[in-house]
Design a protein around this ligand. Structure first.
Ligand code: DAH
Length: 368
């Protein structure tokens, strides 16, 4: 049985010369597609279909190689011209569409520079943070170090080390948050003074350390009290320190916070951890103690602003921390950060500093 004869490629009849009408039709199709391409993406499609490798004109061009020699020149001219027209149309449309796109971008992305900018408000640092940081900065400027201590404090550091007897009435002076269980002997620190003992034990003498931080007492929140507040403690222990050093240091701190020319006074007071103890007041920087028509709003008409407690560190505290009071003495102070911020900025109600109203906070925050 004989197989049917297979027709191989080389046996196929040679393609004939391209027909001008057909080529013209390809050109017309191409020009129509190019003309109706609405954007550059559309034109890309038209280019692929009508000038790409598999387009009718490219195929016709490729077929020229297989033509009889005498047909090649005419076919080459016909197809070449056709492809030239298509390519020209493509590049003309390309230029047009690019110009349209650029025009559209200019319109779409136009910015009216005369419009008022939409303000995006930035967050601000809280006035207490800024105040405490500035207080610490003043101390660093005097060559002091900054220390830290825990908010949940051992009762021993908060009271015992600071010379509060077990049943010393001063312990009741402080309205303390005790931490459960009571046997654990932990409290929320009622002042930053426990850092005095911590710093003495951890760093030894000579010691110049300030500690801004949070403190807690069982106070009701009102215009002048808050159960969570802030103090900055300072302690300096060295050879030969006197009350004059205490006063000079507090005057520098006051000037750093309220401006130059501070006049201060020390009023006798009592704290178990200092002897002698004092309250530091400074001359009201608004009325300067001069009589005014209506009582000064800053000092309430007294002419003095009470700032905080201070004194010479009690020898019992030094001894509790292993320091020889015969050789080393020093002073300590504890200033309220809230009070400082209130006087500095004329804030009359403490609650404003706690409520978190951005309109209040936005007035402060940036300080160089
Ligand atoms: N701890 C005291 C208070 O909270 C303030 C104070 C007074 C701190 C005298 C001191 C000091 O360092 O020497 O009221």
């Amino acid at each position: 049985m004989s197989e049917p004869q297979r027709t191989d490629d080389h046996d196929a009849p040679e393609p004939g010369a391209p027909v001008p009408e057909t080529i013209e039709q390809h050109v017309t199709d191409a020009l129509t597609a190019i003309g109706s391409a609405a954007d550059l993406e559309g034109l890309k499609g038209a280019r692929l279909a009508h000038a790409g490798e598999r387009s009718p004109l490219a195929l016709a061009n490729r077929a020229i190689g297989g033509l009889a020699p005498q047909d090649k020149a005419a076919a080459g001219k016909l197809v070449g011209q056709a492809r030239g027209r298509v390519n020209q149309a493509l590049s003309a449309r390309q230029t047009e569409l690019e110009a349209e796109r650029d025009e559209r971008i200019l319109v779409d992305e136009a910015r009216d520079l005369t419009l008022a900018p939409g303000r995006r408000s930035l967050g601000r640092r809280h006035v207490l943070t800024v105040t405490a940081e500035r207080m610490a900065d003043v101390m660093v400027g005097l060559g002091w170090e900054i220390a830290d201590g825990p908010g949940v404090e051992a009762e021993w550091f908060n009271f015992d080390a600071l010379n509060f007897d077990k049943d010393h009435p001063a312990r009741q002076m402080q309205d303390t948050f005790f931490v459960d269980p009571p046997e654990a002997g932990l409290v929320l620190r009622t002042h930053t003074s426990p850092v005095q003992a911590r710093a003495l034990l951890e760093r030894g003498v000579p010691l110049y350390v300030a500690c801004p931080g949070k403190t807690y007492r069982t106070d009701e929140l009102d215009a002048t009290h808050t159960p969570v507040f802030h103090q900055m403690e300072g302690i300096a222990i060295d050879e030969g320190l006197t009350m004059a050093h205490l006063r000079g240091t507090l005057d520098r701190l006051a000037e750093g916070m309220f401006g130059p020319g501070i006049v201060s006074r020390l009023r006798p007071n009592y704290f178990p951890f200092t002897e002698p103890s004092a309250e530091m007041d400074f001359r009201c920087f608004v009325c300067r103690g001069e009589p005014t028509a209506s009582p000064c709003r800053t000092c309430g008409g007294t002419g003095w602003i009470e700032w905080g407690g201070c004194g010479m560190v009690n020898h019992n505290v030094l001894r509790a921390c292993g320091v020889d009071p015969e050789r080393y003495q020093g002073f300590a102070f504890g200033m309220g950060v809230e009070r400082t911020a209130m006087f500095r900025h004329g804030i009359s109600d403490m609650r404003e500093m706690i409520e978190g109203d951005v309109r209040f906070n936005a007035q402060f925050g940036m300080e160089i």
